[in-house]
Design a protein around this ligand. Structure first.
Ligand code: KIV
Length: 267
């Protein structure tokens, strides 16, 4: 249950004091495992790619994010719970953005919501914040703009592009967000934005210059052997370990050595 100690204002006040640790999370079992080790658990729309096997996050629906957020809420007692607003749930107009953010809080039991974009989504952020829902921004390589960017490409390399990302980050802060994800931007730009803003920056593919880091949990645990990205460090090789465990189980069932007497009931 998300009766978390780590509120959005507490996360905001960590800037300059403590680095913020965030991972994505999609179910109650993982939520229980991450709870004591992270500050923030993010139900990202990356669930479309790692849970649903999609190529992008674009088809993920609000109901799907709510479903996963409810499950994660049941597993957390310490970490802050933030949930993503999926594509087209906040871009149509600010009233719809607020209604949908509200559903993540009331039905999903999220403590805050995350949405992508800066200058173009600042009014939606302001409307949601005015209603009392804390917002985490997300600028740089915003995956919901996959088609506009022509793929998952680092943003802000050229001077004009860097200025645009900086303007987005400032717009997010100005609109009232309590923190902001910087994704897929050069380290130099991440350092400038982090120094410029009074809210914490949480980086993914944005160097150690940020105030915190976020990774997709399936990526950092090495669950998908086919996924390789420069910004991901694999802290384990769970794909191999899970495969070994299931292979051993299969071999024992086929050999008749599982279940043993210790796994069987007797009259
Ligand atoms: O959807 C997601 O998991 C995210 C993180 C990668 C920041 O937005």
């Amino acid at each position: 249950m998300a009766s978390s100690n780590l509120t959005a204002p507490k996360i905001r006040s960590m800037k300059g004091q403590k680095r913020i640790v965030c991972v994505t999370c999609y179910d109650a079992t993982f939520a229980k495992l991450v709870d004591e080790h992270v500050d923030v658990a993010l139900v990202g729309d990356s669930l479309g790619m790692v849970i649903q096997g999609l190529e992008t996050t674009l088809p993920v629906t609000l109901d799907e994010v709510i479903y996963h957020t409810k499950a994660v809420a049941r597993g957390l007692s310490k970490a802050h719970l933030v949930a993503d607003l999926p594509f087209l749930t906040y871009q149509i107009n600010d009233e719809e953005a607020l209604r949908n953010a509200g559903r993540l809080v009331t039905e999903g039991r999220a403590q805050s919501v995350k949405l992508e974009g800066g200058v173009r989504t600042a009014s939606a952020i302001a409307r949601i914040v005015q209603a009392g829902i804390p917002v985490m921004g997300h600028v740089g390589l915003t995956p919901q703009s996959f088609h506009q960017f022509g793929g998952f490409k680092v943003q802000g390399r050229a001077e004009a592009a860097a200025q645009a990302v900086m303007a987005d980050a400032r717009a997010v802060q100005e609109a009232g967000a309590y923190s902001i994800v910087l994704e897929g931007v050069p380290g130099e730009l991440a350092a400038k934005i982090t120094a410029d803003l009074s809210i914490p920056t949480i980086g993914i593919g944005a160097s150690a210059a940020c105030d915190g880091q976020v990774l997709v949990i399936y990526d950092m645990l090495g669950m998908n052997p086919d996924f390789k990205a420069k910004f991901v460090k694999k802290y384990d090789d769970l794909a191999a370990r899970i495969s070994d465990a299931i292979s051993t189980y299969g071999a024992e069932v086929r050999a008749g050595t599982f279940p043993g007497d210790e796994h069987s009931f007797h009259s």
